[in-house]
Ligand binder design. Sequence first.
Ligand SMILES: Nc1nc2c(ncn2[C@@H]2O[C@H](COP(=O)(O)OP(=O)(O)OP(=O)(O)O)[C@@H](O)[C@H]2O)c(=O)[nH]1
Ligand SMILES: [Zn+2]
Length: 388
Amino acid sequence: MTPDLALQAIGWLLDSDGQPAVAEWREVMAEHPEARPVRVVEQHRSGYVVADGPDNSFPVESLPEWQRAPSYKKGGTPPEQRAAVGDWVLIEDAIEKDQIVALLPRRSAIKRAAAGEHYKQQMIAANIDTVFVVCGLDADFNPRRIERYLLLIQGSGAEPVVVLTKADEATDVPGSLAALIELAAQDIPVRAVNARDPDSVAALKQWLQPGRTAVLVGSSGAGKSTLTNTLLGIERMKTNTVRESDARGRHTTTHRALIPLPTGACLIDTPGMRELKPTGEEDIAENFSDIEELADHCKFRDCKHLKEPGCAVRTAIEGGKLDPQRFANYLKLGDEVAGAADRLAHRRAENTDTKVAGKAPGKPGARAPGKGGSPVPNQRPHHGHGRD
Ligand SMILES: Nc1nc2c(ncn2[C@@H]2O[C@H](COP(=O)(O)OP(=O)(O)OP(=O)(O)O)[C@@H](O)[C@H]2O)c(=O)[nH]1
Ligand SMILES: [Zn+2]
């Protein structure tokens, strides 16, 4: 395999002239003529493991500024500006370990808020084309969890695709699809599959073209490993088996972060998407445009949709046109986004030079549904929510 082909097998994009397909990549590469691109497959406290092909990964030295503790203070590098799994970095040969010299601009970035006292963002994966949100059509089936995943993917630059597994054992596939009708209305693809059956899983192949990178997210038991195995065509990831130990008593890695597929696409497997906290940058209106449109017709502009007269949202719920659980999730996720947005604004205010005190920090792209003071008559013709 030539070096170029090896890189392409893990998602590197070349144009028809054999040049890096992303203009911003070419610019950064021109600044480092001695360096070569590699993809981050593991991120550790001490450094990174990168790959230059499907079968070759090795540790490298971080950029010096990434070796200091992540910081939002002036001059510091916040965690989301350091390389994460899926990132492309440039490395230069060094005597011991190769050294990262630059991070190539991201085509997409999936982030979440980190748990903990202080507001912090965490990069989950970079340069992802497709996020498969995997959910079983069994007791695991949960439209609310799917909505939560979709909220975090929104704005990342990656395309979400909802994959409902265990269609072969489900009793009411049409009923489950109907519960996700609002997603279809938002042009989010939804596919029901038997994850064990290659013919069924072929329904996903349009998102697995050569050069594409996909990630599977979903709760434990949803079928992510099963899907991966079927896409690979071999029993690769050991489902529900205990890890063996190697001669030195350490766990052998049966797990690989970057998995090239026979289709020419690659999968990134990251545990990072298990717990999903909004960053505060999400726009709840985008994922719940159906509810936002209804709210435009409420009598009061700041209608909380509880007991106010002339509430279009409650009318829709009572008329069976809006799922009350979807509405409850809208409120819950909206509160979470608003809370995170407050903490984000606070952090930004802290970092803003005190000389410009008095200037409010930039308003994050989040808004709490139904929050606000006394009811104000609804005069807006439209919300006009679009991507920033
Ligand atoms: N019949 C059927 N069984 C499935 C399907 N998808 C997954 N399963 C089964 O469901 C169980 C859990 O699937 P896994 O692939 O291990 O789930 P996972 O998402 O990888 O789970 P974690 O590794 O814990 O995150 C396994 O016994 C699979 O064989 C499907 O489409 N049909
Ligand atoms: Zn209302």
